[in-house]
Design a protein around this ligand. Structure first.
Ligand SMILES: O=P(O)(O)OC[C@H]1O[C@@H](O)[C@H](O)[C@@H](O)[C@@H]1O
Ligand SMILES: [Mg+2]
Length: 213
């Protein structure tokens, strides 16, 4: 039994538990430069929570020519190979402040713990961070038809945890992610700027400020 009114918590990974945005930026930046497309840190902000092909589409939206599906796939694969090289150096030192304490607090309170990341590298990142065994269920992004802001990924996590959506809360750093939680019918904790994450039920600066609602 949980000591909270909620029975489960579903965490996002990138930007909540660890900061991979920098690695995504470096990998997309090299690709954009190679294609002669403008891309900067501000543009990278809009890619948070957006899946790989969706991110590529946003980057290529400012390109001066059209790309075939085969070209897009090749570019996404090239970016991912570079990204994988970058995350290979990750370790538990890359856990954000409060991340492990938040997971352990949820465990001690009797909550089921899920992970809902659209990253197809989530299992690798969790392994590098050494926290895979802290989750009861991890959504495999390859099994999801629609990325965030669609509710599918949070609904799947709740279903696999055996908990009704209304008895779950989600934790997210991205606007698209908070929208996904809310449209799944869950309570949303935003991690970041309240002026940006306006749809969240509460916003905290980082997981060091995490409290079970
Ligand atoms: O390319 P991957 O590892 O499948 O990641 C997909 C997305 O995963 C999300 O978690 C990140 O916030 C996005 O920036 C990223 O594009
Ligand atoms: Mg995120």
């Amino acid at each position: 039994m949980s000591t909270s009114r909620y029975a489960a918590v579903i965490f996002d990974l990138d930007g909540v538990i660890t900061d991979t945005a920098r690695y995504h930026y470096l990998a997309w930046k090299r690709l954009a430069d190679g294609e002669g497309v403008h891309f900067d840190e501000a543009a990278n902000e809009h890619l948070k929570g957006i899946d790989r092909m969706g991110s590529l589409e946003l980057i290529l939206a400012s390109a001066t020519r059209a790309y075939s599906d085969a070209e897009k796939l090749a570019l996404a694969t090239e970016k991912n190979e570079h990204y994988k090289e970058l995350i290979a150096t990750m370790s538990p030192a890359d856990l954000l402040p409060g991340a492990v304490a938040a997971l352990d607090t949820c465990r001690a309170a009797g909550l089921k713990i899920g992970l809902a990341s659209v990253s197809r590298n989530a299992f690798t990142v969790l392994d590098r961070l050494g926290i895979t065994d802290k989750f009861d269920y991890i959504v495999d992004a390859g099994t999801i038809a629609k990325g965030k802001p669609d509710p599918e990924i949070f609904l799947k996590a709740a279903r696999e945890l055996g908990v009704a959506p209304g008895d779950c809360f989600g934790v997210e750093d991205a606007v698209a992610g908070v929208a996904s939680i809310k449209s799944a019918g869950m309570y949303a904790i935003g991690v970041g700027d309240p002026a940006v994450l306006t749809e969240a039920d509460q916003v905290i600066p980082d997981l060091a400020a995490f409290r079970i609602p």
